[in-house]
Design a protein around this ligand. Structure first.
Ligand code: COA
Length: 194
């Protein structure tokens, strides 16, 4: 489903009053993708080792990921938001766009949300998620949904950020069938950080 209206363009949403922190969220550009692909690989190894087949982790290829992300950025409805520290070092990213599968009336999706392992647990994930959700809301792409492996501790993160479990089902990850769950934000959007 492609929504109507103008393509995803982010402006005012990025000036939301986010936390009094030294991190900031901005739209990623092509030149950022190599660093984001590396963060994705490190985050996968850290979060998914023992959960998904190791072969799937070993097959990860930064160059291939950069091509996928670059292709997505060329799509008018896809945006990659990134969070960086006070020295403009990338800490993580959220890849957002129109919901891919029909689950209820959800229209927007956070496809990926990954922080560098050393950047986790300090509020940057929430800052990124809140900005991602509000970006989608601003474009009329809501309610918003995110899929996560049921065994991933990140489920607690989505719950802490106001997500409500709306669906569950099997997913094949590298040849192993795992359970995934979907969290949705409908009328209970997380508030901007203050
Ligand atoms: C999941 C992830 C994005 C969360 O980002 P983060 O920066 O570590 O989380 P934050 O510090 O912003 O935490 C925000 C809230 O979630 C809670 N939370 C985060 N991780 C949690 C966990 N594993 N268990 C319980 N609560 C958790 C925090 O306590 C905090 O609660 P509060 O707002 O009430 O204080 C990050 O940890 C990550 O990249 N994990 C590995 C990759 C991954 O699993 N990504 C999701 C794939 S769908």
């Amino acid at each position: 489903m492609q929504p109507g209206g103008p393509p995803l363009k982010l402006g005012s949403v990025l000036s939301l009053p986010v936390a009094e922190s030294s991190t900031r969220v901005r739209v990623a550009r092509l030149g950022d993708l190599r660093a984001l692909a590396e963060i994705r690989r490190l985050s996968w190894w850290d979060a998914y080792r023992g959960l998904v087949p190791e072969a799937a982790l070993r097959r990860m290829d930064d160059a291939r990921m950069v091509r996928r992300m670059a292709h997505a950025l060329a799509q008018r409805w896809h945006v990659i938001l990134m969070v960086e520290d006070e020295h403009e070092r990338p800490l993580g990213y959220a890849w957002i766009g129109p919901h891919r599968e029909r689950v209820g009336d959800h229209r927007g999706e956070v496809f990926e949300l990954y922080l560098h392992p050393r950047a986790q647990g300090r509020g940057a994930g929430k800052q990124l998620l809140v900005t991602a959700i509000w970006s989608l809301v601003e474009q009329g792409l809501h309610p918003v949904i995110v899929w996560v492996l049921a065994a991933n501790p990140a489920c607690r993160f989505y719950e802490a950020c106001g997500g409500v479990r709306v669906a569950e089902g099997p997913v094949d990850v590298g040849g192993r069938v795992l359970t995934r769950v979907a969290y949705g934000w409908s009328d209970a959007f997380p508030l901007p950080l203050s």
